[in-house]
Design a protein around this ligand. Structure first.
Ligand code: NOJ
Length: 548
């Protein structure tokens, strides 16, 4: 039976390559994580989500796995991993691993066999089709540019890869593939893992007919998807006290509610992307954040039925930093980091902190050679070839939107290489590490880091309301302030966050704050309240507790 421990938890995401290098090769590793377990404990989180650490040729930084049951050479050994999980568990922290089973690496032994011949027993582990004359079987483009189909001459067949050409998609229609996935999960669960974050899990079920002009929606929770997931849940995941959180690319709210409803045995919760699209045209071209749309989107998900649990995030390894994305940087950076956290952490759901978010790390500045992510590199290649006059524009856009921003190494101190490595870092370190780093934040009682620690304590103190309270918008049309309340019986929390670097007022929609207690505030003064309005200082965030 599931205890659903995750409903009271805050989860810290580690991108191992960029977290801490212990052996001077310039690449973060497992022993580096183990060195920092006290730091993680001290922050006050309940679980860690570790991005992939399995064997991989690193075409997509570990999201291309060549052996699911062993650790990447760059990161260490299974013994190092065991030491890390024991250290986490000793400190009362759970471990969520990344489960990447929409695709493998083309260097996985299954694929190496599969490509040998059509009658190889592993051939049917992947998705193969004949071409349309000289063209690929259908119109699908891969997420990292180019056709999603790769031709293999000696087979006269194409294989499907929704991501890079080195990430062939698995064929979930094959029962043996599903058995392999269950065995992989069981292997890690038996070693003590507490759950999985399931990479693009909504893409695993492809339609039988893929020829011609096919809508992309055909592979989003497509044919047999619920059967496959339910089989995994019943036969494996739910035999342990797990959290199963799906990355739900392409899924709308209605579908999300169907596939995370507690009454069904599917996913426990998922990451949706709707709020991440409120500052972009077509999902990628940057535009200024539309705060009202952002609030309405989040508020809409907050009003899902009780049996549906949310995952709350502003950052992860695929997103630029939330500063300056959603709030001002520069002299407002620290206020912004605290205010953003406040706006998120009192919503209903499990909040995630992405490494570095807790010290307010920001986007970096990259020259073209400094981009390391396959997504950025491939986009630049395509633009150079097809529209070279747009190259500079593309570099500018990537300097706002690239995934690289999240992946610059963690800033531990103002020492050489931000204290991340003694060697040459695998990727550029953000130039601002002398001003933004853990060591300085630990010493300053007003730092972003100390605010996070306080906020997590406050959240725990009021966990009954944050977990079970009703969510209500306050002054939803306000273009500067994000405000909401959470109500449980006669208790209420009121959250007011000014997203702008100027004083802003918010209409309290009849809520009286006269006898309210301020339980969290990122600024010196308490907002001035008069005639049903509260006046917030620039980038101020406040949480009040009230009882009737
Ligand atoms: C989603 C992951 O979060 C991302 O980093 C990766 O590139 C793709 N899935 C492919 O695995």
């Amino acid at each position: 039976m599931k205890s659903r421990w995750y409903k009271d938890a805050v989860i810290y995401q580690i991108y191992p390559r960029s977290f801490k290098d212990s052996n001077g090769d310039g690449i973060g590793d497992i022993k580096g994580i183990t060195e920092k377990l006290d730091y993680i404990k001290d922050l006050g989180v309940d679980a860690v989500w570790l991005s992939p650490c399995y064997k991989s040729p690193n075409d997509d930084n570990g999201y291309d796995i060549s052996d699911y049951c062993d650790i990447m050479d760059d990161f260490g050994t299974l013994e190092d991993w065991q030491e890390m999980i024991d250290g986490l568990h000793k400190r009362g922290i759970k471990l969520i691993m990344d489960l990447v089973v929409n695709h493998t690496s083309d260097e996985h032994v299954w694929f190496k066999e599969a490509i040998k011949s059509k009658d190889n027993p592993y051939h049917d582990y992947y998705i193969w089709r004949k071409g349309n004359g000289k063209r690929p079987p259908n119109n699908w483009q891969a997420c990292f540019t180019g056709s999603a189909w790769q031709y293999v001459e000696h087979l006269d067949e194409y294989y499907l890869h929704l991501f890079s050409v080195k990430q062939p998609d698995l064929n979930w229609r094959n029962e043996k593939v599903r058995e392999e996935v269950k065995n992989i999960c069981k292997y890690w669960l038996d070693k003590g893992v507490d759950g999985f974050r399931c990479d693009v899990i909504t893409y695993i079920a492809k339609p039988e007919n893929m020829n011609g002009n096919i809508s992309y929606s055909a592979y989003v929770t497509g044919e047999h998807w619920e059967e496959y997931i339910n089989e995994l849940a019943r036969e494996c995941w739910n035999k342990y006290d797990t959290l199963i959180v799906g990355e739900a690319t392409g899924v709308n709210k209605k579908r999300a509610e169907e596939i995370t409803d507690e009454k069904k045995e599917l996913l426990d919760t998922l990451f949706h992307f709707e709020h991440m699209q409120t500052d972009a045209y077509f999902g990628y071209l940057p535009k200024k954040l539309d705060l009202v749309k952002f609030k309405r989107t989040l508020s809409n998900w907050q009003r899902s039925p009780r049996s549906v649990w949310q995952s709350l995030y502003y950052e992860n390894h695929d997103q630029p930093r939330s500063i300056p994305r959603f709030m001002p940087s520069g002299k407002w950076r620290e206020y912004s980091a605290k205010a953003l956290a406040t706006s998120l952490f009192f919503q209903r759901g499990t909040p995630y902190i992405f490494e570095g978010q807790e010290i307010g790390m920001t986007n970096a500045r990259f020259t073209r050679e400094e981009f390391k992510d396959i997504a950025s590199i491939n986009i630049l290649k395509v633009i150079d070839k097809r529209a070279p006059f747009l190259s500079n524009f593309a570099i500018k856009a990537l300097n706002i939107k690239a995934r690289d921003h999240a992946r610059t190494p963690m800033q531990w101190s103002s020492n050489k290489n931000a204290g991340f490595t003694d060697g040459t870092p695998w990727m550029k370190i953000n130039d601002n590490y002398k001003e933004i780093n853990v060591e300085d934040d630990l010493k300053d009682e007003n730092s972003v880091l100390n605010f996070y620690k306080k906020m997590l304590k406050v959240r725990k103190e009021y966990i009954d309301i944050t977990r079970d309270g009703d969510y209500n918008d306050i002054d939803i049309r306000n273009r500067s302030v994000f405000a909401y309340s959470r109500t449980l019986n006669d208790k209420k929390l009121v959250v007011l966050v000014n997203f702008k670097s100027k004083p802003s007022k918010v209409k309290l929609d009849g809520i009286k704050l006269d006898n309210a207690k301020v339980i969290l505030n990122n600024a010196g003064n308490v907002p001035f309240v008069k005639n049903g309005y509260a006046m917030l200082a620039p980038c101020q965030s406040v949480v009040y507790a009230l009882s009737k």
